[in-house]
Design a protein around this ligand. Structure first.
Ligand SMILES: [Zn+2]
Ligand SMILES: [Zn+2]
Length: 300
């Protein structure tokens, strides 16, 4: 199938292309974040609570804000995605449309390379956005969530959403990628992104006792990033954080502590619920936002 066949099957006009690309991005977010929320915050909450990294649950206010910012990011991702497809159709990227052109081994290799490329892109742009001159304008919105829920996966301010969307044009300009390979890479992206924000540690306890700890990132790592506002900048892998010495000193201990809790004795009791209510009252939105901004500046 050539490029025009691909696109003409998908959309016949620019409006239709924009709306369909945006719908695909939105469905991806709603399905994955919705499933994680349904499991972690409704049906499995009591069974999984011993693995909740921060034991109290995010508030409804937090989740509503995360959802609204994610909708804004989805619109930006839809526009950047459409523009990239249009540029690709002019032959100005390395995107190709016939699997036979590079064969199946490259099809799968391109997904793996794109994942490593994105991990590097994410780590360095993330660290840059923590610079005190950029944080307020680019990354503060994401850090309004100090105890994230799965809905925080795309909770970015508009400028950060543009930076995050940058991986799409970057990947297809650097790598020959088939649209389906890019789609599979995006499934990997949303799976890890949502898992990192759901708030539960799902990796086995033994992970931290093996060399795998140097490679794989964990939800504990990213939740600590939200909690402490700096350090632990990686997404899929822990390689850059290890190389650059940016893991929190207590990261491994925190992982061991979370994964060692007994199942019993970690139920959402009345005491915890009342603590959550008092925490909510003590942290109104405005003072919380101020705290995020000040912390980021002090800790940089
Ligand atoms: Zn950050
Ligand atoms: Zn995050």
């Amino acid at each position: 199938m050539n490029d025009m066949d691909w696109v003409s099957q998908f959309a016949v006009s620019l409006d239709e292309l924009i709306s369909k690309v945006t719908t695909v991005v939105a469905l991806r977010y709603v399905i994955f974040a919705g499933l994680a929320w349904f499991l972690g915050y409704v049906v499995m909450k009591r069974r999984w609570i011993h693995r909740k990294i921060i034991e109290r649950m995010p508030t409804m206010t937090d989740m509503r804000r995360e959802l609204l910012y994610s909708i804004s990011s989805i619109l930006i991702f839809g526009l950047v995605g459409t523009l990239t497809i249009l540029v690709a159709l002019r032959g100005s990227t390395l995107m190709y449309w016939d699997v036979g052109q590079y064969g199946w081994p490259w099809f799968f290799a391109s997904i793996g390379i794109a994942i490593f490329l994105h991990d590097t892109y994410f780590y360095w742009t993330h660290r840059l956005m923590h610079h005190r001159r950029l944080f307020r304008w680019m990354h503060r919105v994401h850090h309004l969530s100090t105890n994230p829920s799965p809905w925080a996966a795309y909770a970015f301010g508009p400028l950060e959403a543009v930076v995050q969307a940058g991986i799409f044009p970057l990947a297809v300009c650097l790598l020959p990628m088939h649209p389906l390979a890019f789609g599979l890479f995006m499934v990997w992206q949303i799976t890890f992104n949502v898992a990192g924000h759901t708030g539960y540690e799902f990796h086995p306890r033994w992970l931290m006792e093996t060399p795998l700890r140097y490679i794989l990132n964990t939800p504990t790592n990213h939740v600590m990033h939200h909690e402490k506002m700096s350090g632990n900048y990686g997404i899929y892998f822990n390689i850059w954080d290890r190389l650059m010495g940016t893991n929190h000193a207590t990261y491994e201990d925190r992982f061991r502590q979370v994964t060692s809790r007994p199942k019993s004795g970690h139920e959402l009791g009345a005491e915890r619920k009342s603590k959550q209510e008092s925490d909510t009252k003590a942290e109104p939105m405005t003072s919380h936002s101020e705290a995020v901004r000040e912390l980021s500046i002090e800790e940089y």
